[in-house]
Design a protein around this ligand. Structure first.
Ligand code: BG6
Length: 470
């Protein structure tokens, strides 16, 4: 017997710059994501064509319908809608998304829309250095309002920012290029703060403009295990989770930095500039649910205070509260888990832990907006893709969700990453996540054909049986 609620949102996920292509068509402006992908275009695919959803959207939505999807989580491209980020609205961008949304609804698929998924309009970088400037928060609010007014009569679930907690650590996504580490951390903290402000303004605007609108952050989520049962390792693991994820959720929910995080900002002397009235805005924005992206778990050991630890080009002292990558701890291999060929430690039980922890802590309904396995899939001679490894991965994680539901967690839905192959943020088209194979590789666009993988048929049956047949 299935325990998934009847209205459970079985779906799949994507993001604008990773699938759309048409990067400068019909007035779209360049984004930070385009800029970064063009810099690597001699090594891997870039965002110019991606999966070419911009020209295949109807056929792709037909395939989503065929798979049985009840929901589709995707992002809008800010620069398609407002090419320079805070200037004129591009009607052609609005038209494109209206077509997509209307056709999804016609096919019985609920649109779950993310406003911003790593692709800040590049014009805002040139004008403000992006999120470093407070004006960016208000530009985001304005963009959100444009979207709510254009689509809010049909779109009710809105994710504000994808993985703020992860994005803020990736320097090129934030346009942080200074060699000075303190300055980089100062900028990062200020940008993070302005994103929190923009997020809160957008949440409030959603409640003001969208009848029955529900707003959420989409957080990158994991849980960190201690390498041993030494209290120091346990502490290191906790710190890793607090500094990587929980501070962000606490900020969204309580409207203020948790104590441990404020302590870090003060000790590092990078407390962001805040203005009068901000606190009231941050406190007033009430999110309605939590969207979470989960791929793997981590494992950590404590770094003793009096030792130096080189990590990449940086040398850490053990007790440094360092926001950059590793906090108080070192990333370790977990010998109890298998890792994917790209190093992700696969752990369905970790998902059950995260779901329980979030629900017990924040008492909000949860939806998984990303979860999946990136592999170098192969199109075999029979014209198929036999991705049984992906089926195993997804089966384990759906079982974990079912267990979490039995534990009493309120689950709204599951949208694995990704509906179709798309531009991986690190490995172009080599690493694939989709249920639908896109017939192209990094440097050859081939026919951009759509081919249903074995996982497509498997997931179709999972949805049809509401999670009974795994
Ligand atoms: C998530 C992002 O963090 O991870 C996606 O929201 C991304 O945009 C996904 O594609 C997988 O990462 P990667 O690097 O394998 O594409």
């Amino acid at each position: 017997m299935t325990n998934f609620p009847e209205n459970f949102l079985w779906g799949a996920s994507s993001s604008a710059f990773q699938i759309e292509g048409g990067w400068d068509e019909d007035g779209k402006g360049m984004t930070v994501a385009d800029y970064n992908s063009f810099k690597r275009s001699d090594k891997q695919a870039d965002s110019k064509v991606a999966s070419d959803f911009y020209h295949h959207w109807k056929e792709d939505i037909d395939l989503m319908k065929e798979m049985g999807m009840k929901a589709y989580r995707f992002s809008l491209s800010w620069a398609r809608i407002i090419p320079d980020g805070d200037g004129e609205v591009n009607q052609k961008g609005i038209d494109f998304y209206n077509n997509v949304i209307n056709y999804l609804l016609k096919q019985g698929i609920q649109p779950l829309v993310t406003l911003y998924h790593f692709d800040l309009p590049y014009a805002l970088v040139e004008k403000y250095n992006g999120w470093e400037c407070r004006d960016c928060a208000f530009a985001f609010e304005r963009y959100a309002r444009v979207c709510y007014k254009a689509f809010g009569d049909r779109v009710k679930y809105w994710q504000m920012i994808n993985e703020q907690n992860l994005m803020i650590r990736v320097n090129n996504r934030m346009n942080i290029y200074t060699e000075d580490e303190w300055e980089a951390d100062r900028m990062r903290a200020q940008m993070d703060y302005h994103m929190f402000l923009g997020h809160a303004l957008a949440v409030n605007a959603c409640h003001e403009l969208v009848e029955g609108g529900k707003a959420a952050p989409a957080v990158s989520s994991t849980c960190t295990y201690p390498l041993t049962n030494k209290p120091e390792d346990v502490w290191a693991a906790k710190m890793n989770d607090w500094f990587k994820t929980n501070y962000c959720l606490e900020m969204h929910i309580n409207g203020e930095y948790p104590g441990y995080y404020m302590r870090y900002l003060k000790e590092r002397n990078i407390v962001p500039k805040m203005e009068e009235g901000d606190a009231a805005i941050l406190k007033s924005a009430k999110i309605d649910y939590i969207a979470l992206n989960y791929y793997r778990t981590l494992c950590a050991s404590y770094l003793p205070a009096d030792e130096e630890h080189p990590v990449g080009s940086r040398v850490f002292r053990g007790n440094e509260v360092d926001f950059d990558q590793y906090g108080y701890c070192r990333d370790e291999k977990n010998e109890n888990l298998k890792a994917s060929e790209y190093g992700a430690q696969i752990d369905p039980m970790g998902l059950r832990i995260v779901l329980n922890e979030y629900y017990r802590r924040y008492h909000l309904p949860l939806i998984i907006t990303e979860n999946g396995l990136g592999m170098a899939d192969e199109l075999t001679e029979d014209g198929r893709v036999h991705d049984d490894y992906r089926i195993d991965y997804l089966r384990g994680h759906i079982q974990a969700i079912s267990d979490a539901i039995d534990d009493g967690v309120e689950m709204m839905g599951y949208c694995p990453w990704s509906v179709m192959d798309l531009l991986s943020s690190h490995q172009g088209f080599r690493k694939r996540y989709g249920f639908i194979y896109i017939n192209r590789d990094d440097f050859n666009l081939k026919d951009l054909g759509r081919i249903k993988k074995d996982s497509f048929y498997w997931y179709q049956n999972v949805i049809k049986t509401n999670g009974e047949n795994l």
